[in-house]
Each structure stands twice: as C-alpha cells, then as structure tokens.
Design a protein around this ligand. Structure first.
Ligand SMILES: Nc1ncnc2c1ncn2[C@@H]1O[C@H](COP(=O)(O)OP(=O)(O)OP(=O)(O)O)[C@@H](O)[C@H]1O
Length: 491
C-alpha cells in the first residue's frame, strides 16, 4: 500500500468534512471579486508570494514547516489573547522622555468610532504589549518603534489601531502602508483592520497582493494599503498607483518571517527608502534575535523606541519523564496500547517521525476505539488549524502528529505526550528544543505532565540519554509489561 493509499484510507470523517470545507474556502478565494479600492477584503486569486510547494508524496521525513506557515497557523489558532506573565523590557534609545503605559483604551483618547470598534471586538483592556506600545505609537510627534512580542499577544491590534488613529478618510489616497511577508498574512491583517474600523464610515482598505490588478496610470483612492513587498513595490514604482511620500504610517509586520523569505528584505528597503522622513515607521516581530534586530535597526531610522516581551520560559518542572525500550514497531504499538489501557489519560499527543508511522498508528488506535486526530505537514494550513481546533475543543482525545507539523501548536491542555519517535534534527542529532517545546508546556494548571519516550535501539537510546543530560532531568525506565508500574505514573 503506498503512503498515498495509507494516507487516503486514513482520512477519517472529520477530515473528509474538513476537506470539503477547505475546498470551498479555496474556491471562494479563487473566485473572489477583483476588489478595487473597496473595503471588502476579498482579493481574487489565491497565489502567495511564497506559496510553498506541496509536501513530497514520499514517506521520508517531512521537510521543515516554513516560518510563514507557522505564523499563519498561529494566527488561525488564536481565538483569544495569549496572556504572557513576562514583563516588558523597554530598551529605549532616548531615556529622557519616559514611556508610560495605560491600563484602559479610554486613556488613549481614541476616535469614538474606533473605541467602539475595539470594544465590539471584545477587547476590554489593552494587552501587555499594547499597554506599553500604544501611548507611544499614538503620541505626537509620531515616534518610530521596533516591537517584539510572541505570537498571539496583540501586536497586530496595536499597529492596526495606530493606522486607524492616524488615517484621514477625507483624503482619498493611501496614507498607511502595512507590509506582510505572504498573501495569507496580508489578508489576516486586512481582516483585523476591517473589523476594528467597522464604525469608521468611508474608510477604504485595499490589498497589494498577487491577484489584485492595477493598470498603469491608475491612482489608488483607498486609505490603507496592506500588501506583500513585491506587489507593493510594483504598484508604487512601476505603475505609480500611489505616492510613497504621502504615506504617514509605515508598518512592517512579521519581520522575522520577512527576513526568512528571499528578496523580501531588499524590496522592503527599497520601499522604505521612498518614504517621507516624517513618516512614522514601525516594525513588529514575534521573535527577537540578532538577524531580526539587524534588519530592524537598518530599516527603522531615527533612534526608534525598542520594546520586547520576553518569551515565557518553558521548563520541564513537574513533568514526569519515562522511557520504554521496544525492539520493534509492533512492540511500540503494544506498549502504547498497554499505556492507554492502564491509565486514564485526558488529552494526549503522540509524535511520530514519518507520515506512514503516524497514519498506521492512527488506524490502530481508531480501531481500538480512541477518538484520534491526525496531523501532518502536507495538509493545507487551514485544515491543520481545524484539526488542532477540534483537538483543543476535546472532539478528539488523541492527536497524532509528525515531527514538524506540530510546530506552532501550544499543547497546554494535554497531560501526556508520547514521543513514539524521539525528536531529532534533519542531520539526526537530538533535537532538545523541539523536545522541550512539545513537553515543556504540558503539566499546566497544577497537574503533573507525563512524557513517555520510546527507545528502539542504540541510536535512540543515545538520543534519549543526551536529552536527559541536556536538561538535567531524569528519564526513568518503564516496563511496558508492568501494568502496575504504568498505573502508578498517573498517580
Ligand atoms: N486587548 C485585547 N483584548 C482581548 N483580545 C485581544 C486584545 N488584543 C488582541 N486580542 C486578540 O488576541 C488574538 C491575538 O491578537 P493579535 O493577532 O493582535 O496578536 P499578534 O501578536 O499579532 O499575533 P500573531 O503574532 O500571531 O499575529 C486575536 O484573536 C485578537 O483578537
């Protein structure tokens, strides 16, 4: 049976339903009206500047998921704010003028129709990053800013609020320009802009993305332009569709994704060079490392305010870790069956190295009566997000996933994680970062998390011992045939 057939056979009812849903979504995107300067956010075409080639059909290890896919998956999964316990670090360049923070949107003196839009979105109070960034973002004279805060903490809302606060709908030309790395991410920002501005009459938003058409000599009469660098550059310089000098607010979002995509940096620089020196320039990123900072400081001039929200430390505290020695795939399946038979498990995730293992395991566990979700890298992002949302809603108790497609999933509510195959890097070295991300977020809300690792030979034993040493946390041996011992682990 080919991987294809394995895979096809295993698409459960849930995925068939999701497939129809995704197909309808795709059809909608392709047949969307070719909106001109309208407020509707439904550009035609479904190209992405960086559309990813579909995963190879063979059953080898999956290629890593792109940063833009992870970022889009995160956005699709965020139905609410990720409340971070970390503090904001203000690496302000100019210590003389203090940064102050606000605890309410009223304190920001927003336009009434905008405040109404914010409340209508269910935003009762600013998030951490908004508390600190918005007073500066909305102050006059405008200040440039570089802001880093992990995914889901309210960055998009912060810069959208800034653009909507500064736009003047009586002037019929683009005054705010927001760059995003991909078609899909640009659309996501457009959705937030459209929703937040629903009580602002006369506002027009447009997307400068593939599939949107402007002809030479056209002059855009929208107020806010959201686009990918290549198309935006074409519209500004080749077609002269809008005047960069009239842009009052320039936002570069997802900077960490932007720098990972070939050519986007140069196009972003060229666009930024065309802006007026009085333009307020803002850069946002979910992560903060040397390369992002170098890009940010190069493209955002005039001593910008720099604020950072540290990533929450993930740790292996209150996680009990075990390993089970198995000499074959079959023994692994049997051990897993014993575990699921011996202990009551809330929600669990099982990580496999290949699609074939994942699909075979899903088939067996489904036959054993478990409600199983199955995730892998070659599924469309929207389908992956729906499978994860179903799992989070408790519709499936077990989520079986391959190594890479689990990136970007916060696994707060699972109590058991099984490494059916231990995480290793593409060059087969122990992948401690992935191990931590998978397991470090279980065991929340006071419950102990449980991690079970299958070891099926010398190489995986070496990997497991390396991970154990790296984190300085014991991984205890568990005998798959000793049901009493297995029962005890969940006590
Ligand atoms: N002040 C707020 N109060 C309540 N919910 C909020 C607030 N700000 C944003 N949200 C919601 O939190 C989620 C994440 O917000 P947003 O998309 O702005 O975060 P982000 O940091 O840009 O995420 P990403 O980096 O993944 O794009 C969204 O569902 C948004 O509606």
């Amino acid at each position: 049976m080919s991987g294809e057939e394995d895979w096809g056979d295993l698409i459960t009812k849930q995925e068939k339903g999701l497939t129809e849903k995704i197909e309808s979504l795709t059809i909608k995107k392709e047949s969307g009206e070719n909106s001109s300067a309208s407020k509707e956010v439904s550009p035609s075409g479904s190209h992405s500047e960086t559309s990813q080639p579909s995963e190879s059909r063979d059953d080898a290890e999956e290629k890593d998921v792109s940063k833009s896919d992870i970022s889009l998956l995160q956005k699709l999964l965020h139905s609410k704010l990720v409340q971070s316990k970390s503090d904001i670090e203000v690496l302000r360049k100019d210590p003389t003028s203090p940064l102050y923070s606000v605890k309410s949107f009223e304190a920001l003196h927003l336009k009434p129709e905008l405040l109404k839009g914010v409340y209508d979105m269910g935003f009762n109070a600013p998030s951490k990053i908004q508390e600190t960034a918005l007073p500066t973002l909305l102050a006059d004279p405008p200040t440039n800013m570089i802001a880093q805060s992990q995914s889901g903490t309210g960055k998009t809302a912060a810069f959208v609020l800034t653009m909507l606060s500064r736009v003047d709908v009586s002037k019929n030309y683009p005054q705010c320009l927001c760059l995003a790395p991909t078609y899909e991410l640009a659309l996501q920002i457009g959705e937030v802009t459209k929703e937040m501005s629903k009580f602002m009459s006369g506002l027009r938003i447009m997307h400068a993305v593939r599939g949107e058409r402007v002809s030479r000599g056209d002059k855009l009469d929208c107020h806010i332009l959201i686009g990918t660098p290549g198309t935006t550059q074409d519209w500004a310089t080749r077609f002269g569709a809008f005047d960069l000098k009239k842009i009052k607010v320039f936002v570069l979002d997802e900077a960490d994704v932007m720098i990972s995509l070939q050519g986007h940096q140069d196009q972003s620089y060229r666009l930024q060079k065309g802006l007026s020196p009085n333009c307020q320039m803002l850069l946002f990123s979910a992560t903060y490392d040397e390369s992002v900072m170098a890009f940010a400081e190069k493209i955002i001039p005039n001593d910008p305010v720099i604020i950072k929200l540290r990533r929450e430390e993930e740790s292996l505290d209150n996680i009990k870790q075990y390993y089970i020695e198995c000499s074959s795939q079959e023994e692994k399946f049997e051990a897993l069956s014993n575990i699921y038979g011996a202990i009551s498990i809330g929600q669990s995730m099982i990580f496999c190295a290949t699609r074939r293992t994942a699909s075979t395991l899903a088939e067996r566990m489904t036959k054993d009566g478990h409600a199983v979700g199955l995730l892998s890298g070659e599924l469309p992002i929207e389908m992956r997000a729906d499978i994860i949302k179903r799992f989070r809603d408790g519709k499936e108790k077990v989520l079986i996933t391959t190594n890479v497609s689990a990136r970007g999933i916060d696994v707060e509510q699972v109590t058991v994680v099984v490494n059916f195959d231990l995480p290793v890097t593409p060059d087969n070295k122990p992948d401690c970062e992935t191990y931590l991300h998978r397991i470090g977020r279980t065991g929340r809300f006071g419950k102990n998390g449980i991690a079970i690792n299958f070891v099926d030979g010398q190489r995986s034993m070496t990997t497991m011992r390396y991970i154990e040493k790296h984190f300085g946390r014991t991984i205890s041996k568990l005998d798959a045939g000793d049901l009493d011992a297995i029962e005890k682990i969940s006590s």
